[in-house]
Design a protein around this ligand. Structure first.
Ligand SMILES: C[S@@+](CC[C@H](N)C(=O)[O-])C[C@H]1O[C@@H](n2cnc3c(N)ncnc32)[C@H](O)[C@@H]1O
Length: 206
């Protein structure tokens, strides 16, 4: 993944994501996938009885910033960063920074209580994933939480959609065992692993 790669996609990003199976799954709400990820994050903190309104949150590889916009009211402060200025160009009313070096998060050490990385790691070369995880660890306060959301490489439908989605041309999907390995190498302890998005829009909301 180079910085310019997502810049090339940014103007037509939503068009490039279109897929008959994906679109049918999301139903009438184009923001369905972001909403489900928002709910996943809310559920996690609710189950841990943590009041997120006291917490500072950073979404790395935030793209167009949809998730942080949806969670803006849940946290004391939300921020995003991404190597692609083109993608960030659409992020409105949220604090975002360009990640000039994809391996360096443009925030100080221990600035955040919660960091998420949603569909980012499969665009990062496997040999760079541990370093990125260590970099996330750097910007988290002691006891801070990292949430990684990724495609399930064991799901054949997911693999089919990824294989024909232009923005995923460089994607190397990661298995949960791999993520857990370098998360613990980077100094994290693992407290939850969850599979989600089993139900399409129609079954979920009706
Ligand atoms: C598939 S998009 C996902 C965007 C957003 N997280 C979402 O869920 O809509 C992947 C994003 O990861 C970013 N990215 C790629 N390599 C990265 C890295 N090393 N660090 C942070 N972001 C990266 C890309 O620029 C792109 O915006």
């Amino acid at each position: 993944m180079s910085r310019t790669e997502f810049d090339r996609y940014s103007a037509t990003y939503e068009e490039l994501l279109k897929d008959p199976i994906r679109d049918r799954f999301a139903g009438a709400r184009s923001e369905f996938f972001h909403i489900r990820k928002r709910d996943l994050i809310r559920d996690y903190f609710r189950r841990c009885s943590v009041d997120t309104r006291q917490l500072e949150y950073l979404d790395i590889g935030c793209g167009k910033g949809e998730l942080i916009s949806l969670l803006r009211e849940d946290f004391a402060h939300v921020a995003g960063c991404d190597p692609s200025p083109g993608m960030l160009g659409s992020a409105k009313d949220v604090d975002t920074r360009v990640q000039d070096d994809p391996g360096k998060i443009p925030f100080d050490a221990e600035e955040f209580d919660f960091v998420s990385a949603v569909c980012v790691y499969h665009h990062v070369l496997p040999e760079a994933r541990l370093a990125l995880t260590r970099e996330i660890h750097r910007v988290l306060r002691p006891g801070g939480i990292l949430g990684i959301v990724e495609h399930n490489p064991y799901n054949p439908v997911t693999r089919l959609i990824v294989s024909r989605t232009p923005v995923d041309a460089d994607a190397i999907l990661l298995k949960s065992a791999e993520s857990l390995h370098w998360m613990s190498q980077a100094g994290f302890t693992i407290d939850a692993l969850k599979y989600f998005l089993f139900f399409p829009y129609l079954l979920f909301y009706c």
